[in-house]
Design a protein around this ligand. Sequence first.
Ligand code: BG6
Length: 488
Amino acid sequence: MHVRTPVAKLLLFGATGDLAQRMLLPSLYGLHADGLLPEGLTITGTARSEHSDASYRKFAKAALDEFLPADRKDEKAAKSFLERLQYQSLDATDLTHYQQLAEKVGDVSGGLAIFLSTAPSLFEAVIRGLDSAGLAGATVRIGLEKPLGYDLASSREINDTVASAFSEDRTFRIDHYLGKETVQNILALRFGNSFFEPVWNARGIDNIQITISETVGLEERAAYYDGAGALRDMVANHMLQLLALIAMEPPARFDGTAIRDEKAKVFRSLRTIEPADAPLMSVTGQYAAGASGGEIVKGYIDELGKPSTTETFVAIKAHVDNWRWQGVPFYLRTGKRMTTRRSEIAIQFKPVPHSMFSNRGGLLQPNVLVIRLQPEEYVQMLMMAKEPGLDRDGIRLREVPLNLSLDAEFAGKPRRIAYERLLLDLIEGDQTLFVRRDEVEAQWMWIDAIRAGWVANDMKPKNYASGSWGPSAAIALTERDGVTWQDD
Ligand code: BG6
């Protein structure tokens, strides 16, 4: 059994921000309502805005009212949850403010977990402030929300700053995809079943596709997103994490060291995309006007209100250079304002070595294992079957799905927000689903080379209509290899 050491206090930076309202407060409430928070755990919120404890509780209540699903609302539970909350305003750049914060938080000898989501420019000031006020000692752990830098150099700087006050075993880097139930299910699927492993390699698998398509556009995040783009926002973290879970060797144990060791090895095995190859191995796009999610929407530039060459779409052909994956392309694709919201992994197996049906007109398609992460949660194996009939005009074979609907199978089980799991693991001190420093740095190394290739080749994003699957060049990226994106 994993040893858990729950903290007695939680300190939330960015406590009035969007993430806090939409995700953190509802998640903490959910844990509280189910009796999963340690008894007596206090939650101190901090941000620049002025609030008394009472007005912050009101603010938090409004967030719960707005963002909790109806079936999770319970006035009694909300009332006792709000009693855990208190608030201290803070100018993160003013060192003297941290003393007041420390006084508000109180004694941390029983353990404190800090959740920090802040602009990268404030990291240094915050870490120094916490350290100077005694909020970084051995009983304190810190959860860090992205963006943790925008390239290898800046991420190293942030990691060094954090490491100056928090040892790695007290540092919890968040990738919220790892908190998703279906993402964790990849491990159960791969390592809880014996029949995948013998074919889970270059002999059995032809190619792997990972798609995260979204229908949303810029939302209210122009300041961050325009400086980031799809490669940094989605590939450098979520998509590479998914790739690693699919590609890694079987870990010996379900623990933070074993799992993260194997993921890190995958990141270090990613084949560097040399600048000369960037135009062939990657495609970038930016959404133009169109119709997405059932509404007419503006193009990115119009939404932003100024010219920009930021990519809102990226497709990449990646390789993992080790024995298991030699010659197997991993096609990654993500974009905003696409035709549908979908996170999915499609694993296409090799065709049968010889078709006995070809002289009787039967056509075969290779098997595909589809792992749908959202919005629905299912695993589907596309298999060949014979259509019923007397076959006078030849044998008709058809691809049919073998379905495992996780939604239906576990219908009675509550579905938790990814942050519920991650906040609880942070509070209890389980690092398994958090990203280690060597993982992050290996990810950036690979990402930086791609970006350098775009610069070297003066690659600009190609326009794609909102509501489409991205620029046509993304189709060419796979079709050149005789592979079609799994689009329906
Ligand atoms: C975030 C990105 O990390 O993930 C967003 O910054 C993106 O741009 C979001 O929309 C997607 O998360 P999910 O859970 O909705 O797939």
